[in-house]
Design a protein around this ligand. Sequence first.
Ligand SMILES: [Zn+2]
Length: 209
Amino acid sequence: MGRPARAADLKVKQEIPIPARTGAGLRMAAGEFVQVLDVSGQQCADFFAFSAADPTEHLSASHTRVAVDRLFPEVSQSFFSSLRRPMFQFEEDRSPGIHDMLFAACDPARYAHYGVDGHASCADNLRTAAGKLGLELCHVPQPVNFFMNVAVRLDGRCDFGSPQTNPGDFVLLKAFVDCFVVVSACPQEWNPAGNYHPSDLLARVLVAS
Ligand SMILES: [Zn+2]
């Protein structure tokens, strides 16, 4: 596999701002890289991906956990699809290295529990961004939640804290297949997911220079 790639050695092909509480989609080819940056820090990024050849095959946190024997991702591992095929390689992590692969995306039902109707959600951000990419989704896959701070205790309970990221922290992934990616700047302000203050993300498609 060779040495992991570094964003600093790559060239920016496309830059996609993701304002707080919204999502954005992009299309990338096999061999290209996607960089997800936490602009101001303490913001989690729900990351979804779908195979361009067959969008019913999607990035799957649960299949990734089985494939890598880990609950949370680390550099040099792959992320796997719902058909157990590698979709991305985790190339670089310029963050404290705390990411989640356990929690479902927030959705309108989640906010209804807080007594809030009409609240933005990662599920709705995914549907909107996917629609702009021409994708029709029949369900919302469980995302990989970059920068989200979840810890599992020995008794099985989960501790849920604020992201530990600083401004400009990022992750870098390389695609194994042509795919569609959607990144949602989680609009959750009712629990520590975004330290009670949703903020901006930035996505970049990078290529070898
Ligand atoms: Zn969310």
